[in-house]
Design a protein around this ligand. Structure first.
Ligand code: C2E
Ligand code: CA
Ligand code: CA
Length: 760
């Protein structure tokens, strides 16, 4: 390292010179320019040999130029020294200009190194910190360096003082800057070394003051050559770490050190042997800086205080958010199961009574999800959750326990029924963009003294399942005997599965008869369960369980295939005229099955039955399930299958439904047929029933639909219905549901009698 060698030479020469006093003193002035040349070469070597980022390259190039200017300045000074030898030279004008320009350029180089701070707020805060630190440094350098020089009896020429002042400012600025550089293209340590070179100037000044007569010699030979050494070492350092080092945290303690730094000159002036009369201006500068620093620190504290407050607030907010997320359902925003359970525990703490739980379950939600997709399902849940909250009316806890199951916790018993009624009323509306009609089943249970939370929930759950069994879309209050029923139903569900696998189901057929001539026009297919122990079980008993468990889908598929097969057999045996159609019943659950239409087509194709021989019986509650159902029904209709509206007249919107629904047959419910023959002595209720029967017939006629009157039990009813306008009837009087053989026999008899009458 040439620069180091030069510095060592300078020190050796000084020792020799001060010991012997031989040789021209002007030699002292040679070491600085020589060292600087070495530094310039070191920087140039770095630039040539090492790949640098553009930022680093610019820094080092600027620094190199600064060193060249300094070299020139100190070269001029050295020349002046030899000219004036043995007198010490005054700094010539060109030397001042060149050295000053070099110093300024070095400042520019350091100033342009980016800090790597993005936000303007952070940058502002740092600028404040750096100003504080800068002032702290400056006041130290001022008090111990420049001011004593200005006051010293040795005459320091103004240009020299100017150069030194620049060096001070450079040192203070560079130190405060580099302590904030967390890393980046210019090596951190290298930058610090460069900044430290500015400090050398302060030492030079001190040496100048302390060294008395020999001061300039000490400065030139001993101190100044350290500047190029630092630059050269810095260049070497950068060469080693050409890649950007990992970023580190900026400086946090520097402003506090700066405050301390301001205190040192103040303390020094307090205790020192200072005559205020002499150096009042110096005291003014120090006190002025101290006041400014105090003001800036206050401002800085205020900013930190505000920032801390903001961080605290954000922390509190995010904690609150986390707490809310932990306790609430993300989709609907309702309380989740955990929070509901905590509230329930609290309400029942100490064996308190009166707390009431309403469990609400969306009927057939799964089918909505399966047929319309999860987005539609989610949308429905969100809308329904909002409606539930509204129905509860503020107090009480509304929670989503999971899936399509909701719960409401009320603290008084009396409100339970009212809220349950409101929830039911709400479901008359349609929800979400798909305008889905939802039906819900709800169970209500109230705690008696000492009821455990889990027991209360179980009771509400039992009540809810009873509600589902009673045909859904209603609510039920828990009663003790429900437990047993629930168990029986659960057992039934399991038994059904087994029965399906064991082939215990049969299809029977009930004749549909022309009311005018008593001839067979079709048959309704009705399923029977031949239970090994209980004998024949009625569908009224097991269809609800099959619907609840989903077994209705495979069971319905069995009935459909069996019916199609049987009808095709009849068609083959008796020809197209003998038998118009067969009609199996279809549950809403089957309609929601995405494979349903394909199943129907396959059943027809496999049996070889023309589609127009098949009538599917649907209840209006099935059809009312929204536009997606209508789509399935249209597909069936387009496939040539006919649709019958079963139990017609029992629902609310039957009449308006007829226009939208692609039905070809309307089946008047048995409840309108019962007692229809008694009109002369009848009650107002009987009159109303008759009026409905009449209206349905007229409407069907107007819309071009066929009609079937159900549940005809005597001839009077048949006559009356025929008179009103019904063409086809069904009922025990016209024919009970029977095994297919009996239908076959009846068809054969009819065919014979037709052949007979034709022959006659
Ligand atoms: P539904 O579709 O209204 O069928 C008519 C029911 O009324 C049958 O009861 C039938 O036996 C009965 N019935 C017929 N005429 C008379 C009468 O004159 N008087 C009286 N009191 N009753 C009469 P069933 O076979 O017990 O079926 C009950 C219900 O079970 C059916 O009502 C239907 O909704 C359902 N069901 C039957 N089979 C199936 C099936 O295969 N799939 C589906 N999804 N449901 C079925
Ligand atoms: Ca039916
Ligand atoms: Ca019916």
């Amino acid at each position: 390292m040439t620069a180091v060698a030069v510095a060592v030479l300078g020190a050796l020469w000084y020792l020799f010179w001060s010991a012997t006093g031989t040789g021209p003193v002007a030699i002292a002035y040679l070491f600085m320019p020589a060292g600087l040349i070495a530094a310039v070469l070191a920087v140039r070597g770095l630039r040539r040999s090492t790949p640098l980022t553009p930022v680093a390259r610019q820094f080092w190039r600027t620094l190199e130029t600064a060193c060249l200017l300094l070299t020139a300045g100190y070269g001029v000074l050295a020349a002046a020294a030899f000219a004036t030898s043995p007198e010490l030279p005054a700094m010539p004008g060109p030397a001042v200009v060149l050295a000053g320009a070099g110093m300024l350029l070095a400042m520019v180089a350091v100033a342009r190194v980016p800090l790597g701070v993005a936000s303007w707020y952070e940058r502002g805060k740092q600028a404040l910190d750096r100003t504080i630190a800068f002032l702290g440094c400056t006041v130290l350098l001022w008090h111990f360096g420049l001011a004593p020089m200005v006051a010293s009896p040795t005459a320091w020429s103004t240009p020299v003082l100017g150069i030194l002042l620049l060096a001070f400012v450079f040192a203070a600025g560079a130190i405060t800057k580099v302590s904030y550089i967390a890393g980046g293209p210019v090596d951190r340590v290298a930058l610090r070394l460069i900044a430290a070179s500015g400090l050398v100037a302060a030492v030079v000044a001190e040496a100048g003051v302390a060294g008395g007569e020999d001061g300039p010699v000490v400065a030139q030979a001993l101190c100044m050559p350290l500047v190029p050494v630092l630059v050269a070492v810095a260049a070497r350092r950068q060469r080693r770490t050409a890649d950007a080092p990992p970023a580190r945290r900026g400086n946090v303690w520097l402003p506090y050190l700066a405050v301390l730094a301001v205190d040192i000159p103040v303390a020094d002036m307090l205790i020192g042997p200072l005559d205020p009369g002499d150096r009042l201006w110096e005291i003014r500068v120090v006190v002025g800086v101290a006041v400014t620093v105090a003001a800036l620190v206050t401002l800085r504290q205020y900013l930190s205080f505000r920032e801390n407050n903001r961080l605290l607030r954000e922390k509190r907010e995010s904690e609150a958010r986390l707490r809310h997320e932990a306790d609430h359902d993300a989709l609907t925003g309702l309380a989740n199961r955990a929070l509901f359970r905590r509230r329930l525990d609290a309400a029942l703490a100490g064996g308190a009574a009166g707390a009431t739980v309403l469990l609400v379950d969306l009927d057939d939600f799964k089918t909505v999800n399966d047929s319309l997709g999860h987005d539609a399902g989610d949308e429905l849940l969100v809308a329904f959750a909002a409606a539930l909250a509204a129905a509860t009316g503020g107090d009480g806890v509304v929670a989503r326990l999971g899936g399509d199951e909701f719960a409401i916790l009320l603290d008084e018993e009396d409100r339970g029924a009212a809220v349950a009624d409101r929830v039911m009323a709400m479901t008359a509306a349609s929800f979400g963009a798909h305008r889905l009609l939802v039906h819900v089943s709800a169970g209500l249970a109230t705690a008696t003294p000492g009821t455990a939370p889990s027991a209360l929930l179980r009771a509400a759950d039992t009540a809810m399942h009873v509600a589902k069994e009673r045909g859904k879309n209603n609510w039920v209050r828990y009663a003790r005997d429900m437990e047993r029923t629930a168990q029986a139903h659960a057992a039934l569900g399991g038994d059904l599965r087994r029965a399906l696998d064991a082939g215990e189901f049969r299809v029977v057929y009930q004749p549909l008869v022309g009311l005018a001539d008593g001839r067979l026009v079709g048959a309704e297919a009705l399923v029977r369960w031949l239970h090994p122990e209980r004998g024949v079980v009625s569908p009224a008993e097991f269809i609800p369980a099959a619907e609840r468990t989903g077994l209705i889908v495979p069971l319905g598929r069995f009935v459909l295939r069996e019916t199609c097969r049987q009808a095709a057999a009849w068609l083959a045996a008796f020809g197209p005229d003998a038998f118009a159609k067969v009609s199996p019943n279809v549950s809403v659950r089957q309609l929601h099955d995405p494979d349903f239409v394909a199943d129907v087509r396959a059943a027809l194709a496999d049996a070889g039955l023309p589609a127009d021989r098949l009538v599917l019986e649907l209840t209006e509650s099935a059809v009312l399930r929204g536009p997606q159902m209508l789509h399935v029904l249209r597909e069936l209709h387009d496939a040539g299958v006919r649709l019958a509206l079963d139990d017609f007249g029992t629902g609310e919107s039957s009449l308006s439904l007829l226009r939208a629904f692609p039905a070809s047959i309307v089946k008047l419910d048995k409840s309108f047929v019962d007692g229809i023959e008694l009109d002369e002595l009848g009650t107002p209720a009987a009159h109303a029933r008759q009026a409905v029967a009449r209206a349905v017939a007229q409407l069907a006629d107007a819309l071009g639909l066929d009609t079937v009157a159900e549940g005809i039990e005597n001839q009077e009813q048949a006559d009356r219905l025929r008179a009103i306008g019904y063409t086809v009837g069904q009922g025990y009087h016209l024919g009970r549901p029977v095994a297919p053989d009996e239908i076959t026999a009846r068809m054969a008899a009819e065919q014979r009698s037709r052949a007979g009458s034709a022959a006659a």
